[in-house]
Every structure is written in structure tokens, then in C-alpha cells.
Design a protein around this ligand. Structure first.
Ligand SMILES: [Zn+2]
Length: 400
């Protein structure tokens, strides 16, 4: 049991925030709160939801489990103690050859003792759901350092898209090309829907309401609750819609301003909210080299207004409707198979889900095309780019 305070109130939580089992034939919803310790709103919202379910004696179909992430960091109101708990979920395939990924083959890697304990305990608690053939949804509750409307972030798999689009908020694809070792990527590789819901700014009371609204909505969307079961349901739907509905749809990350290790004095210009529209060449931040201009027009995404973290900001663009239709179609017919007929494009010999693109010969192939086909950029050298199909997991030696 740990204690923490949030917005002047004291709270206590165990690793398991709540667990309700209903009819065993229904799906399983697993929520994470406080994977980043300074993002306490998700934990508070989950406590509220479990209290509500208990107080009103609500019967659910399926099962709902709420887990607290980085306990020590929650207590200290820090993002993490030694290692970011959302960057250490890399899998070791001890036996990649037989194509099996049973949890016993997974090694929890070498995080510090603090986060290692959290990771080990979380992993033990979710292991029973990973392979049992029940429909599972993993939903990770976060907040941001800048003010933000609520939004969803997913790895671009069609099942994730379908689930995410049921919520009246923007959904951002493609962030996984920039982040290694997130819980979501790890869980996606088991074939389950996994998404992050970012409710708003870290210390805003609205973030708790948005998180709570999302949790109830997710229970409804996944079929755990009949619509009429919760009188609050409509209010929650409206709350999310009011905040995020204007930007409902899919956005893709197309630019990241990374902070190099020798960067100093990086400072975002004040006043940006997540998803604010920006123009090409607009001044977004400064560092020791001077002003940092936007390379293109679009929407600003995750501007950094805190000390910990090494992404200055991202830029996102709305994905046009035709691209969504086309990408679904191209993925359905596995159009990617035809790509390897082109000069400079070859499928990896060891691993058929990876494609090598020689940058000199196949210059004309853009990253956008690979995104449409459901691939993500995994590695880039001067000579070639390695793309990997998002629906599957690459053995770890590929990323080294
Ligand atoms: Zn977070």
C-alpha cells in the first residue's frame, strides 16, 4: 500500500486498484494508471469507478482489472525513479525459431530495482490474460505536461483503429516509431487491442473526469455494460465529445523534435496546447542554437513543458479519409507482397515480416506508403531503411 496526494486530497492504493469479475464469457478490460508516477489522475479515476460499481451493485459482463504502475514514483510525484516504466518492455525471444511467444519465454530486462519490481509484478498480474484466448483490451491512462484535449494514442493496427474510433476524441497513430519499449507495443504483440488514453494536463481536475468518462465508455464499447446500466453514461459520452469531438478521427505523427544529449536551454514557447494548429516556419521553441522553426504546417503534439523527457515536441497531421479506406484495402489484399518486386526492395531473409529498402535505388518509395501498407520504420542507416509489419513482433536482434 502506498499513499500519495493529488489536488489537495490524500489517497492510498495497492498495486491492484480494483478487480471485478462478472460473467466469465465477456471480455477482459485491464486498465493501468500511474505508469508515470506524476500522472496520478488515472489512479484516482479508477478508484472512483470501482467505488461506483461497488456502491451501486452493478453487474458486469466479463472482467475489469485496474492496476497501479510505478508505485514508488507515484508516492514521490515523479515520472519515474530510475527508468521510465513505459520504455522498458522489450522482449527477449529465447526461442524465436519455433514461432511461439509464450510468456515463459519472456525475460524482464535489466531495469533498475525500482521499476523492475513494478514491471515484474504487473507482468505477473497480466500474464493470465495474454494467451488464454479471451478477448482482452489493455488501456493505459496517462496525462500530459501541456494543456490538452483528451486523445488516444495507438500503434497502427486495424483492430486498434476500430476500437479507438468509437471514442469521440482524436486518435494519434505512429508514435511507436519514436518510442521503444512501451507497454502498449508489448501487449499489441500478443494480438490484443492496446491503447493509451491521455486525459489532459497532469494536475488538472478535468483530467480525472476525462479519465473516469473514458473508463466508463470503454466498458460500454467493449460490451461490459449494457447502455442503460449506468445513468451517468450519457453525461460521460457528452463530456468526452465536448472536449475532443471537434478533432475526432485519425492523426499521424510526421515529425519529432528530439533533444540531443548535448542540447541545453531547450524551451518551448509558452502557451501551446496539444493539437494547436501551427504554420510552416512558425517559431515553436528555442535552445542554445537559437529559434526552432516548424518544418511544416500541421498540429503541435506533446510539447514538452517538464524537465524529464527527451522529446521536445511532435507534429501531427490529420489522415485524410481516402487514405484510411485505401490503407485498409491494401492491407486486406496484402499489397506489400508486390512491393518486393521493385528494384531496391527486398524481404528480409531471416524474417519475412521485415522489408529492406535501399535508399539509393528505391528513393521514390516514401515512408507514407509503408505506413499505408501497415509497416513502421524500425531502423534507418545511411544506405537503407528497415520496415516491419506492425501486426507482428520482430525478434529482438533486428532492432540492435
Ligand atoms: Zn505518461
Amino acid at each position: 500500500m502506498i499513499s500519495f496526494s493529488f489536488l489537495g486530497e490524500a489517497y492510498q492504493t495497492d498495486r491492484i486498484i480494483g478487480h471485478v469479475k462478472g460473467d466469465a464469457s465477456g471480455p477482459v478490460l485491464v486498465f493501468f494508471g500511474g505508469v508515470h508516477g506524476n500522472e496520478r489522475s488515472g489512479v484516482v479515476a479508477l478508484k472512483r469507478v470501482f467505488n461506483y460499481l461497488a456502491a451501486n451493485n452493478i453487474r458486469i459482463r466479463g472482467e475489469i482489472l485496474g492496476l497501479a504502475g510505478n508505485l514508488e514514483a507515484l508516492q514521490n510525484n515523479q515520472r519515474f525513479m530510475r527508468h521510465d516504466l513505459n520504455r522498458i518492455w522489450n522482449r527477449e525471444f529465447q526461442n524465436a525459431d519455433n514461432g511461439s511467444n509464450s510468456p515463459s519465454q519472456i525475460e524482464i530486462n535489466n531495469a533498475s530495482e525500482f521499476e523492475k519490481t513494478d514491471q515484474r509484478e504487473l507482468f505477473q498480474l497480466i500474464t493470465p490474460f495474454l494467451q488464454q484466448g479471451r478477448e482482452c483490451f489493455f488501456l493505459d491512462l496517462h496525462t500530459t505536461s501541456s494543456p490538452s484535449i483528451p486523445f488516444i494514442a495507438i500503434n497502427d493496427q486495424l483492430t486498434n483503429r476500430d476500437f479507438a474510433l468509437k471514442f469521440p476524441v482524436p486518435t494519434v497513430l505512429g508514435i511507436e516509431e519514436y518510442l521503444e519499449g512501451t507497454i502498449l507495443s508489448f501487449l499489441n504483440d500478443f494480438g490484443h487491442v492496446a491503447l493509451a488514453f491521455e486525459a489532459g494536463q497532469h494536475d488538472s481536475p478535468d483530467s480525472i473526469d476525462s479519465h473516469e468518462a473514458f473508463v466508463f465508455q470503454a466498458m460500454e464499447v467493449a460490451g461490459l455494460l449494457p447502455k442503460e446500466a449506468i445513468s451517468e453514461q450519457e453525461r460521460y459520452r457528452l463530456l468526452l465529445h465536448e472536449q475532443g469531438g471537434r478533432l475526432h478521427g485519425l492523426f499521424e505523427v510526421f515529425f519529432r523534435h528530439a533533444l540531443p544529449s548535448d542540447a541545453h536551454e531547450f524551451k518551448m514557447n509558452q502557451g501551446f496546447s496539444n493539437f494547436d494548429k501551427i504554420e510552416q516556419a512558425q517559431v515553436l521553441a528555442i535552445d542554445h542554437t537559437g529559434e526552432i522553426h516548424s518544418p511544416d504546417s500541421g498540429h503541435i503534439f506533446m510539447p514538452l513543458y517538464q524537465d524529464q523527457g527527451d522529446d521536445g515536441f511532435f507534429l501531427v497531421k490529420r489522415i485524410p479519409r481516402w487514405a484510411l479506406v485505401v490503407s485498409r484495402w491494401l492491407r486486406g489484399i496484402r499489397f506489400d507482397a508486390a512491393l518486393t518486386w521493385l528494384p531496391g526492395v527486398s524481404r528480409s531473409k531471416d524474417y519475412p515480416e521485415a522489408i529492406h529498402v535501399n535508399k539509393k535505388i528505391a528513393r521514390f518509395l516514401s515512408r507514407q506508403l509503408f505506413h499505408l501498407l501497415g509497416y513502421r520504420r524500425k531502423k534507418e542507416t545511411e544506405a537503407e531503411t528497415l520496415y516491419v509489419r506492425r501486426e507482428v513482433k520482430l525478434p529482438d536482434h533486428f532492432s540492435k
